[in-house]
Design a protein around this ligand. Structure first.
Ligand SMILES: [Fe+2]
Length: 254
């Protein structure tokens, strides 16, 4: 059969099916289905999550300008790069967290860096909350009990977390994770996160997953405008706006 004839038959069959579908469902429903299908095809795979507060809501600890640039330029850039770099290895239907656990499948560092950037910032925003009056900000709920159990006291935990975050060489993140019911502090370089297989990670492949319950961005873009080179001041101010309610939810639903 010639290609022209095959094409003609194929188009004829599709037209016939389309006519049958119209007759069964009605033209309005078919138009609506086609519109939904078009929107689905043209919706980017990754999108910037809505920020749960205004850019100036975290003042005086995080300034408005830094928050706006951090969210609309840095986080947006990770999202844009991901959408511009389609990969046949990404399971687009899985959650972003699941994508991270399979990060070693992606040979491209572009995917690793930008997926990490997107996932880490999406979590980071939810772990911050306004504190305009400067109220004491201490953990509550089950996570408070676990911190006392695993670090002796909140003050000991705060000291250790602050030290590890301050000492990160270059850019990275400091995390509180829960693994097999125990809280641990860990750091990652660049945009890596605890869900990923990390370059120096010798852990058994069957080891329980490390679930992040607290995240602190230690990239200069997070603090340089307000704090310049004074990373320790940025970290000390961050403790005032940690959203412990979100951290507790992450801990209890791990
Ligand atoms: Fe950042």
């Amino acid at each position: 059969m010639s290609d022209n004839r095959r094409d003609f038959l194929k188009k004829g069959t599709l037209l016939g099916l389309s006519g049958l579908a119209s007759a069964l469902l009605g033209k309005d429903k078919i138009d609506k289905l086609e519109e939904m299908s078009y929107q689905l095809e043209n919706t980017p795979a990754f999108a910037l999550p809505k920020l749960p507060y205004a850019y100036d809501a975290l003042e005086p600890y995080f300034d408005k300008q830094t928050m706006e640039i951090h969210y609309t330029k840095h986080h947006q850039a990770y999202v844009n790069k991901l959408n511009e770099t389609p990969s046949t290895n990404i399971d687009y239907m899985s959650s972003d967290e699941v994508k991270c656990t399979h990060i070693d499948k992606y040979t491209s560092s572009v995917i690793r860096n930008n997926l990490g950037g997107h996932v880490n910032h999406s979590l980071f925003w939810t772990l911050l909350k306004p504190n305009p009056k400067g109220d004491a900000n201490l953990p509550t709920g089950k996570i408070a009990e676990a911190i006392t159990k695993d670090f002796k006291s909140f003050e000991e935990f705060k000291k250790e977390f602050t030290e590890k975050a301050t000492k990160i060489f270059g850019s990275g993140w400091c995390w509180l994770v829960v693994q097999d019911g125990k809280l641990k502090i860990m750091t990652t370089a660049n945009q890596d996160n605890p869900l990923m297989k990390l370059p120096l990670d010798n852990e058994d492949i069957f080891a329980p997953k490390k679930i992040p319950v607290l995240a602190l961005d230690i990239w200069e873009h997070a603090y340089y405008l307000k704090y310049q080179n004074k990373r320790a001041d940025y970290i000390n101010n961050w403790w005032n706006i940690v959203n412990w309610e979100t951290a507790d939810k992450l801990f209890t639903t791990k």
